[in-house]
Ligand binder design. Sequence first.
Ligand code: ARG
Ligand code: ASP
Length: 716
Amino acid sequence: MKKTLTIILLTIMAGFSARADEGMWLPSLIAQRIADMQEKGFKLDAEDIYSINQASLKDAVVLFGRGCTGELISPEGLLLTNHHCGYSQIQQHSSVENDYLRDGFWAMNREEELPNKGLSVSFLERMEDVTDRILKGYEPGMSEDERVAAVKANSKALIDEVIKEGKGLRATVEALYYGNQYFLFLYRQYDDVRLVGAPPSSIGKFGGDTDNWMWPRHTGDFSMFRIYADKDNNPAPYSKDNVPYKPKKYFRISTAGVQEGDFTFIYGFPGRTREYIHSEGVRYIEEIGDPHKIHLRTLRLDIMSKYQSQSQKVRIQYSSKHADVANAWKKWQGEVKGIRKMKTVQTKQEFEAAFDKWATDGEFDGVIAKIYGLYKELEPYQFAAEYYSETVRAIEIANFASSLYATYKVNKETGEVTFDQKKAADLVEAFYKDWYLPIDKECFAALMTEFDKNIPAEFKCEYFTKQIKKYGSAEKWAEALFNKSIFADQAKVEKFLKAQKSFAKSRKTLLDDPATEFAAEFAKWYASDIYPATSRINQELQLAYRDYMRGQMVYCRTQRVPKVFYPDANLTLRVAYGHIKGYQPADATYYLPSSTIKGIMEKDNPEIFDYNIPQRLRDIYAEKDYGNWTDSTGEVPVCFIATNHTTGGNSGSPVINADGDLIGLNFDRVWEGTMSDIVFDPEICRNISLDVRYVLFIIDKVADADHLIAEMTLVN
Ligand code: ARG
Ligand code: ASP
């Protein structure tokens, strides 16, 4: 099977190598793309990008935390990533006295660098096609269960074997192309990663949610960390004796600047894309999933904003929550618009019709119909599952109630109940600090009203129907629940937690509380009525997709249908290349590809939180005290856009020029192009990056931390 797929891929690539900038390529197979890259301006070789014999660019790129990318920029382990990727670390170290989120943070020497519990970075040691090994023991004709068992056992054996090769190694086996291929990824993980610097949020988050997913953009979205290792350069848990990690490779930084048309190359960890799905999957997203989720989030955001505008305290309490809810909300709107504009459903239906005709009586006969049928079967369950997560799981008091309830542990043998006092106290403190009852209550009423309206009777949970019947409306139900629940009152909760004599009894009181009951009853419903169906149907879909994926490749190759194939993103290391380019978002409008400090000043407004910049920046601008960090017009460059194919997880990825030097830091995409997770339009899909010269400018002029610049290698 491996051989067939490889042959198919090679033929496809030879046939259609000179196509547009779509694609997230596997670094170990980059030799198949290198001619195209070089034709487009890249000056290095495949071995410079990925090599297991010598240091290569991959050794300067890390998976940062759970879902971002970072890169090494000095021989002493200095790492660059986004402000929004380091956000929780910056927040963790912030207090009222030292508000690093508000004011920024700069370690002026190594002693001042701040350790971070739970933060790690991983270098890819190597990756390898292990399809044959993973499918050993599985023969065509065996059941899917037998296949799953073989994959599991073989993967475990392989992982156990390779992690013995060195210190701090971890490995994963990932299915690519829906399990037509398996790859081993071996990583070296470092756990002592310290915060070195971050600009104030008024720079690092400039534009906030207003500008999020938008171009023109002026966000200084970066933060800096340093990796520490033991004295042998090996991974080690935090210790004050650890020393800065000496990377095999780090990026030189180019201050030469960027021009429209320049070659750009992004190396990073894209999280999830679905480029090969059936039209019916896209139709669901476009017509049902996204619109409903957008509507539900609009309700929540409006309620939050209403109360936030009435009180400074509430504005701060809900700023991060609002940002989280708004991020996907805004992206989905761009996605729907993009899918419609591209007529993706129709294009896919036409492709499927032709494929189906071709497939008659062959290996892939019926797979289109099979997938269609499964989507039809899945739809009501998928809808209910999404509704559950966007309504029930959005009720803060209910989430809090269940997490507090989880601090009680019951010993299965003795029945004895114990209680984690410290954990509970921490939860209480964290929750009430940022909770505002009127918002939660109004969201409850609004979201339950929608649940009532949109979930068909036969899918509703019995508990829900009873409550609505009992109270007459979601508003009245909300009134009663928030009146009665002990969680509506922090003082009551604290008193309750202190006063309890018997944990068993107090656990029962919590269990009977209407907020806990709400969470628990819905969770039970989800676990019994919804999840088993979505899980079973999705498994069948995966199976059908395994055939359809292979089918699409064979069909396109034999029928000479031009289509690029690259594995969907799955948080593994990928290469995406393209070039700096503006775009036309609407009729008669053209966006230039780079922004400057002038645009920051145009947006600057002390009255608007998202656009209120530090006074220092205003002064620098007035004096034009720009140092060496200007473009050809004498302004400081801030951001630029390019045609690289990226997604969530690519945040923090290095943007590299034709010489392999760092020119920027990826952090977002333009709104009109967010459908690129499903369908890529080279005309309009653009990734947004921070110009590395703006990073240097901030470090030098705003932070006065040029000792960091001294560590780097700058080239012009
Ligand atoms: N849109 C960017 C990326 O997904 C940045 C997100 C962080 N910023 C925010 N305002 N929430 O995910
Ligand atoms: N902002 C995203 C991230 O955090 C990147 C994107 O979706 O384009 O990874």
